[in-house]
Design a protein. Structure first.
Length: 495
């Protein structure tokens, strides 16, 4: 019966790739077929399905899900207000004094660096960048393929730069996966059974800092050298005076954003509180600048509710699907397949990263975190105990999957924002140096895990001395995880 679960997963992925139907609708539809088949074949009984409402209610108690709605509101405000546009213009004019030929490209990437972690998703970041930096690049005559590559690349910075919502949700998923992996290692008496620490979100936030900085510096260097090579000196950006609004925006916004990001990364402010503060500041800025009219407010709320509803629906669908796979025993099958590589844990890690890379062609980061990571990560973490290092590699691989031609998620969205659409081959050529930098950083992190340990200072939760059941796992997460990684309450049947 476990293979039937894999067949259902393959069917769901095939429908996502070929139909264009919403992911949550595909997952719930396949779940319905699978549940009927499982009950008819006797793979599980109805008691399993009765646990589903309690799982969903427990998930909705997550602090991170409150942050999700607030991140969606921040993204909608950034997309509808002109703050990002003022910030881009101010950055471009400031950078014209030090890098006149590359001022616009560097300004767009710095804008993405500041806004991507706050937008909450690759899609929201991409829309904001296409509306601001993308239009500026088009007005300056930058070729369509190069504009598409820059927008796609910059929009994925929110995957790796802390404290993005993608990174926070992955931290929550890795905490549970690491706990299950330690249990698995102790049951099978694997060498990693002696691990005495469970990863938390702060570990992953801090582990990603050095790779994120290296990737950003590499991409900025590629943009700078590319502009110097392809642009004649006559096309360099003129040194223009800044408008008062641009000056104040450039002075205050990076300072406030930077302070919030640092406080969240250091654990001084919770993700919910940081997102709420950003919402209040953006709403206040919109009112003071008189841009937040009633019509704009309705558009902002409509955008935020649409994104929040889609993500919550996806989470419910992924939770339902994962419960069905556990009913069929598919998680046990995958664990056995992965543990058959015992003695070669790096081979298993490479296989899991390859699966995530392939799935990134059709799934967004949230879908991968909710659906795929809980299934494939526990057996990996049963053999390799540095979960923060593995999480950083996962983030880099997801970023690569979003950018690889021809089906990369960010690449497809970015091409859709440019008219006429540039050929895929031309965009691939423009993306090549950025992908080379990403591959280099990924290889270095893979070869040198200590690069993810240099800045780790946050405390981690002690692993228990004995294997835990589901109730103990939930209790450990509520008591020992940082504020934003509390897990769902167990259903009454499990208590």
């Amino acid at each position: 019966m476990a293979w039937l679960g894999l067949a259902l997963l393959a069917l769901a992925l095939a429908l996502m790739m070929t139909t264009g139907w919403p992911t949550y609708a595909v997952l719930l539809g396949v779940c319905t077929l699978g549940a009927v088949a499982g009950l008819a074949l006797g793979a599980f009984d109805a008691a399993l399905l009765q646990n589903l409402p309690w799982r969903i209610v427990g998930l909705l108690e997550h602090d991170l899900l409150q942050a999700l709605a607030l991140y969606a509101l921040v993204g909608a405000l950034l997309n509808r207000l002109a703050m990002a546009e003022h910030l881009y213009n101010g950055l471009r004019k400031a950078l014209a004094f030090v890098a006149p030929r590359a001022a616009s490209e560097l300004a767009g990437m710095v804008l993405g660096l500041m806004l991507a972690p706050m937008n909450g998703s690759v899609g929201a970041s991409l829309l904001t960048l296409a509306r601001t930096a993308g239009k500026g690049w088009a007005a300056e005559g930058l070729p369509a393929a190069q504009r598409t590559a820059l927008v796609a690349v910059t929009s994925t910075l929110g995957v790796i730069v802390p404290p993005s919502l993608v990174l926070l949700l992955l931290g929550d998923a890795m905490l549970r996966a690491h706990t299950e992996g330690v249990n698995m290692a102790r049951t099978l008496a694997l060498p990693t059974a002696t691990a005495n620490r469970i990863v938390n979100t702060q570990d992953i936030l801090q582990a990603a800092l050095v790779p994120a900085a290296a990737l950003l510096l590499g991409w900025l260097a590629v943009a700078w050298f590319g502009a110097r090579r392809n642009k004649p000196a006559a096309t360099a950006a003129p040194r223009e005076p800044m408008a008062p609004r641009e000056s104040w925006t450039l002075l205050l916004v990076p300072l406030l954003i930077g302070a919030l990001l640092v406080l969240v990364t250091l654990g001084r402010v919770r993700a919910v509180e940081g997102a709420a503060a950003a919402c209040v500041l953006l709403l206040g800025w919109g009112l003071v600048s008189r841009q937040l009219t009633r019509a704009v407010l309705w558009q902002v709320l409509d955008d935020a509710m649409a994104l929040t509803g889609a993500l919550y629906a996806l989470l419910v669908a992924a939770t339902t699907f994962s419960l069905l796979l556990r009913g069929f025993g598919t998680d046990g099958l995958i664990a056995r397949l992965m543990l058959s590589l015992q003695g070669h844990p790096m081979v298993g890690l490479m296989a899991v990263l390859a699966v995530l890379l392939a799935c990134a062609f059709v799934l967004d980061a949230f879908e991968l975190i909710f659906l795929i990571v809980p299934i494939v990560m526990p057996p990996v973490l049963a053999q390799l105990d540095d979960a923060a290092w593995i999480a950083t590699l996962t983030l880099l691989v997801l970023q690569a999957g979003f950018l690889l031609p021809p089906f990369g998620y960010a690449l497809v969205l970015a091409r859709g924002q440019v008219a006429p659409r540039p050929p895929v081959a031309a965009v691939a050529r423009a993306l090549a140096p950025y992908l080379a930098v990403l591959a280099t950083v990924t290889a270095l992190v893979m070869a040198l895990p200590e690069t993810t340990r240099w800045l780790r200072t946050s405390p981690t939760a002690l692993a228990p001395a004995e294997p835990m059941n589901d109730e103990a796992v939930d209790r450990l997460m509520r008591e020992m995880a940082p504020p934003d990684t509390g897990d769902s309450a167990a259903p009454p049947e499990e208590k």
